[in-house]
Design a protein around this ligand. Structure first.
Ligand SMILES: [Cu+2]
Length: 106
């Protein structure tokens, strides 16, 4: 007998990856040539942001009076969004490297 339940679950997971509300996948920001891409993202409280640093230098995602995420050269770093709001961030080593995260309530 075919495991239909498993097929249904696989379909549910596949379709869930494209929907915005309650996504389980981290929201990815790629850093390349001293730029965050996308530079502006929308997410929800509880979402995880992952910065993937493709440069050969270290970067940070720093909010004045807020979080400070170190993103080493060639590595990635994560942050779980705990508060709603609009967060403008920059890199402490390259201050004109900026980004924005708009965090909506759950
Ligand atoms: Cu930097």
């Amino acid at each position: 007998m075919l495991p239909l339940r498993h097929i249904a679950l696989a379909l549910a997971l596949a379709s869930g990856m494209n929907s915005t509300p309650g996504r389980a996948e981290p929201v990815q920001v790629t850093i390349s040539n001293l730029q965050n891409s996308p530079a502006e993202i929308k997410a929800k409280v509880g979402d995880t942001i992952v910065w993937v640093n493709k440069d050969f230098v270290d970067h940070t995602a720093t909010v004045r009076g807020g979080w400070d995420v170190a993103i080493e050269a060639g590595k990635s770093a994560r942050l779980v969004l705990e508060k709603p709001g609009t967060f403008d961030y920059y890199c402490r080593f390259h201050p004109n490297m900026t980004g924005k995260i708009i965090v909506q309530p759950k």
